[in-house]
Structures are given as C-alpha cells and as structure tokens.
Design a protein around this ligand. Structure first.
Ligand code: P1T
Length: 380
C-alpha cells in the first residue's frame, strides 16, 4: 500500500477481528480487563492507549511517510508535547509569521520556564543560521505560514539545523501531507492541527505529531501519557473518517483557491493577494519545488478602513466569518482581531500583518457560488 489516497482510506485500519466490522470501532472505554498481573492485550488504560486512537496515529504517520504518529486533544496540546523536550535555559528559534496561539505558548507559557524564543523573518535560510545560539535546541517552522502564506525552505533549514545538532519542527497544518511531506525533506517532527484539513469537517479539535526517531518518539509519548492531552475515541474516529477523503478534498480546495486568488488579483478593491500558487508570490519557485500543490488558503489586503472590512465580512453569505480553516465549507477570518489578536499590534504590523488583511479558507463548494459571493461583497 504505497499511494496516498489508498493509505488515507486504509492505513492503520483492518476489519475488526472479532466481528468483521469494516469500519474501525469507537472503543469508548477508559479501561481494559486484565487476566492477571501484567496480563493484557497491549491496552491498559485509555490515556496510555486506545485502539481507535492507535488507528488514527498509524494512519497519519503513514500519510506523512513517517514511522511514528501521536495524536493529541488539540494542535496546541501537540505543540506543548514537543516543547516538553526543552528544559530551562534552552533556546527556541521560530519563523516570525505564525499562528497567534503558537506565539502565545512561546511567549506566555514556556517563557515562564526560562525558555526563550527568537524570531527570524520567515524567508531566508541563512538568517536562521545567523540567529542560532549555543543553547538553541529547536527550530520551529510553519510553511506555508499563517496568515501571510510565506514559505520556508525545509530542506535548507534541515541541513542547517542538523549541522548544529538542532531538531527541526515543521507545522504542516496549512498544506496537509497531500501537498507537502516535511519528513522527506529532512524535518525531524511534523506537527498538525488536525482540526483543519486532516479532519476537514470543522467538527473536531485535535492535533498530531509524526516522527522517525525512536528516542524522540519515546520522549514525546512519555509526555503524552504523563500530561494526558489525548483525544477521546469518538474524536479519533471522526478524524479517521475525515481523512478518508483528504486527497479529493485537497484537490478541490486547491482548484477553488486558485480561481479565487486570480479573481482577487484583478479586483480594484484588493491591494495585494497572498497565494503561493501565483507566479507573483515571492516564494512561488520554492512552492513548486517543495510542495506538490499550493493549498486552499488565500489571504488579501483590502483597500479600505477597518469599518469597510467589517462591512465586507457582514455582506458575505457563502463564506462564514469565523476562526479556523481547512473544513469543506468556506470561511473568512480577520487575523488582526481573531487568530492573531494575541500578537501585539506593532509587532503584528512590523511582520506585515495589517488590520485590513483578510484570510480565506476556501472550501469545496461550487466555485461559481464562491466567486459570486465575493463579487457582491466587494462591490462598492
Ligand atoms: O487550534 P488547535 O487545534 O489547537 O491548533 C493550533 C494551530 C497550530 N498550528 C497552526 C498553523 C494553526 O493554524 C493552528 C490553529 N489555527 C487556527 C485556529 C486559525 O484559525 O488559524
């Protein structure tokens, strides 16, 4: 079983040996009968392991072409599990365009344990090398970034990180393993908010990690059990079900996003469009090399005031004004006041995240309806 769509449907999942059920059962149990001291079938307590969660972990690992998968209660719980590898006095290096909640965990949670984070302007690999300190233990990338859709060269940064004995984490939430597989490019840990494309239906909050190194896996698995931020069996099952259509969903997300990016580029009320599939995007060449498609996220700067932005989001009918992304339905978000509100305004603006930036998570509805919706909302 080697091809992506086949793995999305079958990896980690066999018909249930007891009943023949084709779909993985929801093992809604907290504990497992043991026959005597140490007599169990691999499961003792559902914080440590649950068969529905195991199926999900194996499936996501297979999609990333990785060895080990670990599932969590949210993307941020997965992030915290990675950060548990650090100790007081360590240094973390991150790209500067990233999800506001990730910035918040760096600045307001791990900072309390004397772990400092340095930020590098997202693009150039040599800037990461210059910012490395003797105590740097992790480099953290999002690519494409949230919300400005910049790209970072994973292969180049993996080479730098490994030369300095540093682990490379890549948050692959925006592209999904369908379009990009960071482990194949040298990353050590791949992170997902499975809330997004992996589940794809906006009905579960979850996270996952995939990695190849056994020792790092054991360390994070220990933390998963010790700290307990695990997904329940029903959420694991819903996510497994969502994954089955990941390949077809991603193709449609991309096709729709491409049309919308082109439409916005030509619109007089749009200042600038951010989509890595446009030849005008500063990272277009890297996108073609590093990804097999450009994804379903499009951001744009709107010409107007904050009030005009408010009017625009109120006028949209098919696009729902909401946080999050990656579901089959189209969403529009205002990063400055929503997903990136935890980044101070001056810092946000210095990184190019303006108050008039809007982020579209382009769904898989009919493209004609999506374009008409934007057209009517953007009309004067
Ligand atoms: O929301 P949660 O499942 O905890 O995942 C956090 C997270 C991690 N990484 C990236 C790139 C993300 O975009 C997110 C969550 N992002 C949103 C909720 C959002 O609307 O951008």
């Amino acid at each position: 079983m080697t091809k992506f769509s086949t793995k999305a449907i079958h990896a980690g999942q066999e018909p249930d040996p007891g009943t023949g059920a084709v779909m993985t059962p929801i093992f809604q149990t907290s504990t497992y009968a043991q026959t005597g001291l140490g007599g169990h079938k691999g499961y003792e307590y559902s914080r440590s392991g649950n068969p529905t969660r195991t199926a999900l972990e194996e499936c996501i690992a297979a999609l990333e072409n990785g060895t080990y998968g670990l599932a969590f209660a949210s993307g941020l719980a997965a992030e915290q599990a990675i950060l548990s590898l650090l100790k007081s006095g360590d240094h973390l290096l991150s790209c500067d365009d990233l999800y506001g909640g990730t910035y918040r965990i760096f600045e307001r949670v791990i900072s309390r344990y004397n772990i400092e984070t340095g930020y590098v302007t997202t693009g150039k690999p040599e800037d990461y090398e210059k910012a490395i300190q003797p105590n740097t233990k992790l480099i953290w990338l999002e690519t494409p970034t949230n919300p400005l859709l910049r790209l970072v060269d994973i292969r180049a940064i993996a080479e730098i990180a490994h030369r300095h004995n540093i682990l490379l984490v890549v948050d692959n939430t925006f592209s999904s393993p369908y379009f990009q597989r960071p482990l194949e490019l040298g990353a050590d840990i791949v992170l997902h908010s499975t809330t997004k494309y992996i589940n794809g239906h906006s009905d579960v909050v979850g996270g996952a990690l995939v990695l190849n190194d056994h020792e790092t896996y054991e360390a994070i698995k220990f933390y998963q059990n010790a700290a307990g931020g695990i997904p329940g069996p029903f959420d694991s099952w819903l996510t497994l079900r969502g994954i089955k259509t990941l390949a077809v969903r991603m193709r449609q997300h991309e096709e729709n996003a491409f049309s919308i990016a082109q439409f916005l580029t030509e619109h007089p009320r749009v200042q600038r469009v951010y989509y890595p599939g446009l030849a005008s995007h500063p990272d277009y060449a890297l996108a073609k090399r590093q990804m097999s498609g450009f994804g379903g996220m499009v951001s744009f700067d709107f010409k107007g005031t904050l009030e005009d932005v408010d009017q625009l989001v109120r006028k949209l009918n098919v696009f729902t004004f909401a946080e999050s992304l990656g579901g089959v339905e189209s969403l529009v978000c205002h990063p400055a006041t929503m997903t990136h509100g935890s980044i101070p305004k001056e810092l946000r603006e210095s990184r190019g995240l303006t108050d008039t930036l809007l982020r579209l998570s382009v769904g898989i509805e009919d493209i004609d309806d999506l374009l008409l919706d934007l057209q009517q909302a953007l009309a004067d």
